[in-house]
Design a protein around this ligand. Sequence first.
Ligand SMILES: *[C@@H]1O[C@H](CO)[C@@H](O)[C@H](O)[C@H]1NC(C)=O
Ligand SMILES: *[C@@H]1O[C@H](CO)[C@@H](O)[C@H](O)[C@H]1NC(C)=O
Length: 352
Amino acid sequence: MGRLVALSLLGIALALLGERFLALRNRLKASREVESIDLPNCHLIKGIETGSEDIDILPNGLAFFSVGLKYPGFHSFAPDKPGGILIMDLNDENLRALELRISRGFNLASFNPHGISTIDSDDTVYLFVVNHPEFKSTVEIFKFEEEDNSLLHLKTIQHELLPSVNDIIAVGPAHFYATNDHYFSDPFLKYLEVYVNLHWTNVVYYSPNEVKVVAEGFDSANGINISPDKYIYVADALAHEIHVLEKHPNMNLTQLKVLKLDTVVDNLSIDPSSGDILIGCHPNAQKLLIYDPNNPPSSEVLRIQNILLEKPTVTTVYANNGSVLQGSTVASVYERKLLIGTLYHRALYCEL
Ligand SMILES: *[C@@H]1O[C@H](CO)[C@@H](O)[C@H](O)[C@H]1NC(C)=O
Ligand SMILES: *[C@@H]1O[C@H](CO)[C@@H](O)[C@H](O)[C@H]1NC(C)=O
């Protein structure tokens, strides 16, 4: 009898795991392919060969790139090289990316930058960087010193409510919203929570006086950004959703709407001239995990206009099967210039 119960339980467990496995293939968009959509005057940016996970552009056209992310489960073309921060002035005739020098005392050997965000507060530019030294999760705040292209490290933030930070949006000199893409910080538990699909990931508000969870229940909360007025946009990568949340004076968020898409949504940026949302997407994210140079991950950039209307307009701005650009994570725009970053491949410049 005992053996029969054990066998039935085993059968149920296996059926459940099988169902979760098929669901995971769908959440990773395992079999979707893209039709190429090209833009004029595209070229790869010199000096970026090992990923440019995140890109943020200041209102004056200075673009910041986080490069060299190492993340468990993902390929890297330079596994032993520390990450860094590059800048590129989009007003220059000859575009080239320069690595920023980082002040002494900051541990460069373990620098593993992920999401970044810039904020100009009282004429000082602060750069917030999600960092994963030894696969931990910290937020580093730097002051950007334009005279000599360097970053002065101001502080490291680590908090129990920030166990696995993915992206960040600065809202003050030491104030930000951040997404946790996992609930756990242990690599095995992270893997398990994604597999079982716990929906335990969240958005946290951090300030020196108060740290709180302000939105939760995401499959895998990823990119986050803020509109010029009062909306916060969150990409739920594996649920293929963009959430629109309203920000209140006490910094709490309430959900306004959810837009469902047919792709794994990574990072979001706002086109400053139109307020449109640009999303770096993974149309077939499964290929990111099992890297095969002959069958590389695709890239896809979507534009969303009027997200608050009942039927927002969603257009594909750029798509490529990986022959040019593999695994796009972010697209950011300045005037008619578009920059597309990737998880571990190159970065592309195009004109719109
Ligand atoms: C996503 O993009 C925005 C704006 O370009 C940036 O501030 C943010 O840190 C990025 N995050 C990630 C994880 O790529
Ligand atoms: C990608 O598309 C190009 C042409 O657009 C084609 O030559 C190439 O074989 C395709 N690669 C894959 C891996 O499908």
